[in-house]
Design a protein around this ligand. Structure first.
Ligand code: SUG
Length: 459
């Protein structure tokens, strides 16, 4: 069966800011209070999409969410018209306003977990929006994520968009950022590597060793119970599932998602030697399962700590690169500019792509600094969706990225987005109005109909 991997990139929303909301995410913590540039952030993301689309790779966009989330402020007891709600929240609960204004929904690797129809027993493609309960500002994303996915993947004969898992830490779920599907090609059956930081329920993956290890400084954001539930809901065969535990020392070093420490694509798995609890055993099991499932070998590329210490991995976001296939067997690394600026990481990448026996043959570096300062690299900004030709033809066509859409979106960003946003600006009612105007136009541009709370309120 032939299938394509389509990168759905999150479009950065007009309220992109630096609020230091993600404890455990080193970049977010260290850039708190900086003045952001939402226009530049959105244009940087669009430039990456354009580059990949120009390589001939299927690309699509996911629209940003409505922010500030006025409905959350109202649920917290603030009343009056929108301006009054904003003013009262800014005065009495400024942190709530900041959390409800985050553009964090741009990092769509956390939007959902996806299973291609090839791997699901009912032959449909499955999505589960992530509940993101680990961080308040992200826990308000799932309802909009579900609405957006349902608007794009409407055809229920081909697609299922499940409800998010119950919003509790036992089911703490951060989506595709902790999930890697490995397969000889996109149309072949895949092996699903699900990576968790905590078990969720006693007895999930219980071994004396697993019980003994937990991060000390920062909290784990993904539970094993969540991924077990998702694999069940998506009707994935047990033989195609492998669970692994994140190394707690890596979490404490700032590896809040697995996509900060490993990245896989087709038959390639690039990983840091300190990524998992007992990494050699995880890789051995991955090899074994992959061989059994596909009859083929995986190319597991281990990055030793002496070449790239954890600190450099987190700072440069090497593992948050995207790997894409240019022609069969020839792949490229889509990396943040920060990797080129890190001596060790750059040396490692240069050596890697110079090896003629390895599929990774090119590296392209992107300036995504606006997003990177919040801990979001190239891979955080995309959700990978593997679809057959028929499935691709069944999605809402307006979200497919074309040179024309790119031009429209650039003009749209330039018309609506500010170039400076400080935390105090989040209380400005004009920002709310500007954002709504922008999103209203965007839903028309993408042909998605009414999607947002402000559009649905009177419906
Ligand atoms: O959830 N940052 C995001 C970054 C998500 C990155 N995604 C992946 N690794 N897949 C997070 O920590 C920071 C927002 C702020 O501080 O204003 C933030 O939410």
């Amino acid at each position: 069966m032939s299938a394509h991997e389509i990168n759905f990139d999150g479009l950065v929303g007009p309220t992109h800011n630096y609020a230091g909301l993600s404890h455990g995410n080193v970049a977010s913590m260290s850039h708190r209070g900086l003045v952001s540039n939402p226009r530049e952030a959105a244009l940087q993301g669009l430039a990456k999409m354009r580059f990949l689309a120009d390589l001939g790779l299927p690309q699509a966009v996911l629209p940003p969410h409505e922010r500030p989330a006025l409905w959350v402020l109202r649920a917290a007891g603030f009343t009056g018209n929108d301006a009054a709600v904003l003013a009262a929240t800014a005065k009495h609960a400024p942190q709530l306003l900041v959390a409800c204004s985050s553009a964090s929904n741009m990092w769509v690797a956390n939007a959902a977990t996806f299973t291609p129809s090839r791997d699901a027993a009912d032959g449909r493609a499955h999505f589960t929006p992530a509940n993101l309960v680990a961080k308040f500002h992200r826990s308000i994303e799932p309802p909009q994520t579900a609405r957006t996915l349902r608007a794009i993947f409407r055809d229920e004969r081909r697609f299922v968009v499940h409800d998010p898992l119950p919003a509790q830490t036992a089911f703490s779920d951060e989506g595709a950022a902790n999930h890697t599907r490995l397969a000889p090609n996109h149309g072949a059956p895949g092996l699903h590597l699900f990576v968790h930081g905590h078990r969720g329920f006693r007895g999930n993956g219980a071994s004396a060793r697993a019980r003994a290890v937990a991060p000390e400084k920062f909290a784990s954001r993904q539970s094993r119970a969540a991924f077990e539930a998702i694999a069940r809901c998506h009707l994935v065969n047990d033989k195609c599932v492998l669970h692994a535990q994140q190394n707690p020392a890596a979490i404490d070093a700032g590896v809040f998602h697995n996509d900060v420490i490993s990245v896989g694509h087709e038959n390639v798995f690039l990983h840091h030697e300190q990524a998992f609890v007992r990494t050699p055993a995880v890789i051995a099991e991955l090899r074994r399962r992959y061989r059994t499932l596909t009859g083929d070998e995986i190319v597991a590329l281990k990055v030793p700590a002496r070449a790239v210490p954890l600190r450099d991995a987190v700072k440069s976001y090497l593992f948050n690169s995207q790997i894409v296939t240019l022609t069969p067997g020839r792949m490229a690394l889509i990396a943040p500019l920060d990797c080129r600026e890190n001596r060790r990481v750059h040396a490692f990448v240069s050596e890697l792509i110079g090896r003629s026996d390895m599929p990774l043959r090119e590296a392209h570096y992107f300036d995504l600094r606006q997003s990177m300062r919040n801990g979001g690299g190239p891979a955080c900004l995309r959700l990978r969706v593997v679809l057959t030709d028929e499935e691709l033809a069944a999605i809402a066509p307006g979200v497919r990225f074309t040179p024309e859409l790119h031009e429209h979106l650039v003009a749209w960003v330039k018309q609506h987005y500010r170039e400076r946003l400080a935390l105090r600006d989040l209380a400005d009612p004009a920002l709310l109005e500007e954002s709504r105007r922008a999103l209203d136009e965007l839903t028309q541009l993408l042909g998605l109909g009414n999607l947002y709370p402000f559009q649905l309120a009177g419906a």
